[in-house]
Each structure stands twice: as structure tokens, then as C-alpha cells.
Design a protein around this ligand. Structure first.
Ligand code: FSX
Ligand code: SF4
Ligand code: F3S
Length: 360
């Protein structure tokens, strides 16, 4: 039996063509596409059957699902109930036990080559993978089984993408990202600890409507959501450029909303959409709440926390060059050099103003 499309679904519920088109416009924006793509989205939503999704969880904290269920556009409930056919989900499904596992087997047989596999969490291999089991088997086994017939695999969160917190040194469970366990299935990485809810829904709807994965960067992340650094879209950037930095979490700079670089902000080396989309329907994001970006969408962020390397360095403005030395990579050094120049310019301006004041 042919599965219904989004348009079929709207008609069945007695909704108008107008609300369908409005929904498609919202989806276009959600997927990070330009408005000239609206017609293509409408066409795809008219014809493409709703995608079957199998959603599994490995080694993680479930924060990714906590994020996902707060998606505001579309509402996670709309996505789950109306826009995808979620056949199996470790967290959201009401069923459990043997019938649940049997349903997984039936789903991956019936929709072989057609379903999307969404994965949250790392996999672990130490001691034969005993630290992460599902349905009586290791999570690595489940991953191999479920990815074998998947049209695409979406790695939600930094755990599935890179290993995450449980892979932190000394990594006692041998945790890692999922890429080596999914064979040749096309993989989309959606990192973040957790990822932004609208990014999670945007990626799955892109695959669902176009039947292909979105354009990816060299690391396998969708370009439309990971194409900019947090630093490029940060509303505190003018303070960075002016050399105005908070030095402690409660000084006058922190209270005035100055740049958090000296408090360990990894915005200059982190690619994510937090500065554009923000979180929870645009309410806020870490930097807006006064917390430096910890680079939660970066591989290995858990072992490279700049709070540990920068915190002892803050203080005299001259220490900014040490921050550059501690930061990884030429880009970060360039940013630190920019910070030094900004600070020097600010100091010169202040000295000039003081001299002028004294001369009055
Ligand atoms: Fe990891 Fe997600 Fe961080 Fe937590 O599923 S990316 S620990 S928010 O829950 O996997
Ligand atoms: Fe914003 Fe951080 Fe860049 Fe400062 S260093 S401008 S707080 S992203
Ligand atoms: Fe993570 Fe930094 Fe965004 S910590 S939530 S990538 S601002």
C-alpha cells in the first residue's frame, strides 16, 4: 500500500490548501533554504510519501531528545505525529520488550533501503560492548543491523558524531562516534551537545522531502546549519573587535555584556547556528546567558575545554597572547592576535583620552 504524503495527510485532516502552503513555507525556512525553493518544497510535500524513521539511542544523556521535543517550528509533536512515520524510538515509543524488538525487525525488512535511521549517542566496544546494550545485544550490533538497510543515517549530537562526553579521557568504555559501524550508508552529522531542536527537525525534513541528504561540509555536517562560526554571528562581536573583554564572571565587563573570549569562549573556532537560530524559538543561547561557548559541536570538545587553559590566564590584558598560544590551530592564533591588536588599540585610545584629559 502506498504511504501517504504530507499533502494527503493535510487533506485527510480537512486542512486547507492555504495552510498546507503556509506549512511548506515554514519548512523551507526551517531547512535553511532560500525562498525560491518554496515551489520545490510544495511539489515534494505533495508527492513524497512520509518517511519511515527508526530512532535508536546508545551511550548518551538523552539531552538530544530533550532538545528535539522542544522544537518550535515545526512542533516536535507535529513532526512525530504528522510529518514522519516514527516506527521505532527507544525513548518516545510506548511499546517495549520482545514485541517492540520484533517490530524493529519487521520495519527494517519492510522498508529496506527507504527508512531514515536517526542515532543518538556513542557506541562502545570495550569488553565486547557490554557497557551499552539494547534488546539483549550490544548497541554496536544494533547499529550495524539497523544501518544495513537505511537510506540515510543521521547522527544526532556530538556523542553519535564524535563519541561525546563518555569518550573523554581515559574513555573507560571505549566509546566512539558511530561512523565506523554503519557501513556505506550515507551519514549526516548533526553535532552539538545537544543539537539545536530546529536543526534536528530541519535535517530530517530535508531528507524526507528531497529523498537525499543535504549538502555537507568536509566533516559531514549540513552546510546550511554549520557554515558559520559562532563568532561570526555573535552579537558581542563589536566588543571583541573593540578589545573589551569580561575578565571575570561578575566584573563590570560581564555585567555590561562584553566579549567572553578571556573566559574561555570557543565561538571563534566553533561552527553552529546558535548565533542565528538561538534556542527554544529564538529565546536565548549560552553567550546570551553570560556563559562562554564551550564548543559543544566540536569533535573532542570534552577534552579541550578552554576554561581549563584560559581561566588561569585572564587578568592583565597583555596575557591575551598567551591565550593565543593555548588555543589550538592557526585560526585560533589569528583570532587571539586580532584580540591583542584590539586590546592594544583600546589601550592606546584610553591613554590618548587620559593624556587629553590631563592636558585640559
Ligand atoms: Fe550526547 Fe545526546 Fe550531549 Fe546528551 O542524545 S550530545 S551527552 S546532550 O544526549 O548524545
Ligand atoms: Fe562572541 Fe565569544 Fe566571539 Fe566574544 S569570543 S565575540 S563572546 S563568540
Ligand atoms: Fe554549544 Fe556553543 Fe552553541 S556551547 S550550544 S555551540 S553557543
Amino acid at each position: 500500500m502506498e504511504r501517504e504524503s504530507l499533502w494527503d495527510h493535510y487533506m485527510k485532516k480537512g486542512m486547507s490548501r492555504r495552510s498546507f502552503v503556509k506549512g511548506c513555507i515554514a519548512l523551507t525556512s526551517l531547512m535553511g533554504l532560500s525562498t525560491d525553493m518554496v515551489i520545490k518544497v510544495v511539489e515534494a510535500a505533495e508527492k513524497t510519501p512520509l518517511p519511515v524513521v527508526v530512532w535508536i539511542h546508545g551511550h548518551e544523556c538523552t539531552g538530544c531528545d530533550e532538545s528535539f521535543i522542544r522544537s518550535g517550528s515545526p512542533l516536535a509533536s507535529d513532526l512525530v505525529l504528522n510529518e514522519i512515520a516514527l516506527e521505532y524510538d527507544h525513548l518516545l515509543s510506548a511499546a517495549c520488550g520482545e514485541p517492540f524488538e520484533a517490530h524493529l525487525d519487521k520495519t527494517i525488512q519492510q522498508y529496506k533501503g527507504k527508512y531514515i535511521l536517526a542515532v543518538e549517542g556513542a557506541t562502545c566496544t570495550k569488553d565486547n560492548g557490554v557497557y551499552c546494550m539494547s534488546g539483549g545485544h550490544t548497541f554496536s550490533h544494533l547499529l550495524q543491523k539497523a544501518s544495513a538497510g537505511a537510506a540515510a543515517v543521521v547522527a544526532y549530537g556530538s556523542c553519535a558524531a564524535y563519541g561525546g562526553i563518555q569518550a573523554a579521557k581515559p574513555n573507560p568504555t571505549g566509546s566512539s562516534g558511530i561512523s565506523q559501524f554503519i557501513g556505506n550508508a550515507p551519514l549526516v552529522k548533526v553535532p552539538g551537545c545537544p543539537p539545536i531542536p530546529e536543526v534536528m527537525t530541519g535535517v530530517i525534513m530535508h531528507i524526507a522531502l528531497f529523498g537525499s541528504i543535504p549538502p555537507l561540509d568536509n566533516d559531514g555536517r549540513p552546510k546550511q546549519f554549520y557554515g558559520n562560526r559562532i563568532h561570526d554571528t555573535c552579537y558581542r562581536r563589536p566588543f571583541f573587535d573593540a578589545g573589551m573583554f569580561a575578565e571575570t564572571f561578575d566584573d563590570k565587563g560581564a555585567k555590561a555584556g562584553w566579549c567572553l573570549y578571556k573566559l574561555g569562549c570557543r565561538g571563534p573556532e566553533t561552527y553552529n547556528s546558535c548565533g542565528n537560530l538561538r534556542w527554544f524559538q529564538g529565546m536565548s543561547y549560552p553567550i546570551q546567558s553570560g556563559a562562554p561557548c564551550i564548543g559543544c559541536s566540536n569533535a573532542n570538545f570534552w577534552d579541550e575545554d578552554p576554561l581549563l587553559t584560559r581561566m588561569p590566564e585572564y587578568g592583565p590584558l597583555g596575557n591575551v597572547d598567551k591565550i593565543g598560544a593555548a588555543a589550538a590551530g592557526a585560526m585560533a592564533v589569528g583570532v587571539a592576535a586580532h584580540a591583542v591588536v584590539s586590546v592594544a588599540q583600546k589601550n592606546m585610545k584610553e591613554a590618548k583620552e587620559l593624556a587629553e584629559k590631563k592636558g585640559e
